[in-house]
Design a protein around this ligand. Structure first.
Ligand code: CA
Ligand code: CA
Length: 220
């Protein structure tokens, strides 16, 4: 299994503070009752459960911005999907192709907020991307053998290109998987976090452990 991550270090500096979110929005904590009732659409061979928003009758056609997608998942002891290995990446891409899904959010984000000043995260557009759900760094974006960034985008530049910001809009701080959006295959793009997309939740060990520990009588 090829790992995408060159440095599998924990981003201890990245607190769960709200500095990364605008308008005072925060990351939601898990809700034990919702964790116990979470819906699992598929499990990988290692037993980890996944939820696909478009397969849920109540969420069909529903799209969320990056933070709301994470919070839907987090209330259920999951988080938006983190694509740490090429196996998992190919697995999710085949779902998008087979089920004709245009794009999804992942937990990937640029560390460009307070707490991200650490030297190993600089320059941030190269070394500052991480999977927020598991606090794990992605490989450098200029090493094209790592990760799955698209070679092109809206202004014919390799991803991440921060296009929307370059054109006077919001910074493209969040990582989405796009399915042939620019006729460029199925691969990773940096996209402004306010865009709304379907999403995939992945069970989160830390949230499950926390809820099981604090609710010993609940089957989670
Ligand atoms: Ca994962
Ligand atoms: Ca982009």
């Amino acid at each position: 299994m090829k790992a995408f991550v060159a440095v599998a270090c924990l981003l201890g500096v990245v607190s769960l503070g709200s500095t990364q979110f605008t308008n005072g929005r925060v990351l939601d904590p898990p809700v034990p009752a919702l964790c116990a009732q979470r819906v699992i659409h598929e499990r990988t061979p290692d037993g980890k459960g996944y939820f696909f928003s478009w397969r849920d009758p109540a969420l069909k056609g529903v799209e969320e911005d990056w933070l709301s997608a994470r919070n839907y998942c987090r209330k259920r002891c999951m988080d938006s999907i983190s694509l740490e290995t090429s196996n998992e990446n190919e697995w999710i891409k085949s779902r998008l192709v087979n089920e004709n899904v245009k794009y999804i959010w992942t937990s990937g984000r640029l560390c460009d907020f307070k707490g991200c000043e650490r030297p190993d995260l600089q320059p941030v557009n190269v070394n500052g991307w991480f999977w927020t759900a598991v606090l794990q760094k992605l490989g450098p974006t200029n090493d094209r053998s790592q990760g799955d960034w698209s070679p092109t985008g809206g202004i014919n530049q390799p991803q991440p290109d921060n296009r929307e910001f370059q054109q006077g809009g919001a910074p493209e701080n969040c990582l989405a998987v796009l399915n042939q959006f620019y006729k460029d295959g199925v691969n990773w793009h940096d996209v402004a976090c306010h865009h709304r997309k379907p999403f995939v939740c992945e069970e989160n060990d830390a949230l499950l452990k926390y809820v099981r520990y604090t609710n010993p009588n609940l089957r989670v």
